[in-house]
Design a protein around this ligand. Sequence first.
Ligand SMILES: [Zn+2]
Ligand SMILES: [Zn+2]
Length: 346
Amino acid sequence: VTPGDLSVPVDLDHHYDLVAPRRIQKVAESLPPLQPDWVRVRIAFCGVCGSDMSRYTGARSATYPLSMGHEWVGVVEEIGSADADIAPGDVVTTDLNFRCGSCRQCAAGHSHLCKVGQVGRFTNRGFATRTDIHASYLHRYALAPGPHLALAEPLACVLHALNHCQLSRDDRALVIGAGGLGLCAAFALSHGWPVGGFDVTDLMADRLQRLGGVVAPLGAVVPEPTEEYAVVLDVSGTVSGLRSACDRVSPGGRLCTLSHLADDADVGFMLQTLVRKDVTLVFSYLDGPSTNLARAMLMLEEWPPAWSALLDVRPLGELPEIFEGRASSPANKVVVEVLSSADEDA
Ligand SMILES: [Zn+2]
Ligand SMILES: [Zn+2]
């Protein structure tokens, strides 16, 4: 697929809905005419996020049917009205956040916490041939779509968390979790983010081993960390990962977690382990100001081909199997290919 190539026919517009926990259904449809300021995007690739997974398993409550997939890159096909910044053929990815620019949170530099952020112009619909979205969410790449370009949003969330960590070249860091966010953290730390060195750990040996192949020499993988670290970033999404983070952060250090644990998770151990450590604890949420997304996109333009071995790129038609197998899959990140080279040949 090359930017601007719109000659590719897709048999019928369709998307996948979650109709109940662990039940994904294909829905065929045609989209209604575009409203002004809305844009129709043909999805090229969409990443499977941990938040999609927790809705799939039912760990996070939801109203059904529910559409999933917010980590996408695609090609603009049609615009609802002339917009100076977006044109058909542009390769775009999306911000998750509506940023009004004038509320108290936006004015304070926390536009990801915008007071009117939930205005409903965002469409969480990346596992689809096409999606319609308000133009204000779109950011343009200067490259043809590739699976790694679907990582902009998770990488931006990691950059926001790393900003909280205030790393310097004197610090050693530990990343707990080698899934999609762990991959993004390792990528940032290996590509210019200030750090003295870092380790990554995960309970899944396969994921750790793949990452070990690309993070050297600045980074290393450790199945069972025993050191203490000035900075610990917990992207495990698990109670055991958070427990390990509390154990491994050194006195006076910084601990940042992106894990969204279940409401009834028992985390009483945090008080016991941290209360005498003088630790700075941050719960990082979403991707921070939009500068993080812009920076993430620039970093992804320098994606080294060796890192693509960490991505499992799978066709959209396998979506039910992809979700069902994700928890035990050795891939660090699964990216769904929607607009495939087979479509291009057709
Ligand atoms: Zn995500
Ligand atoms: Zn606002």
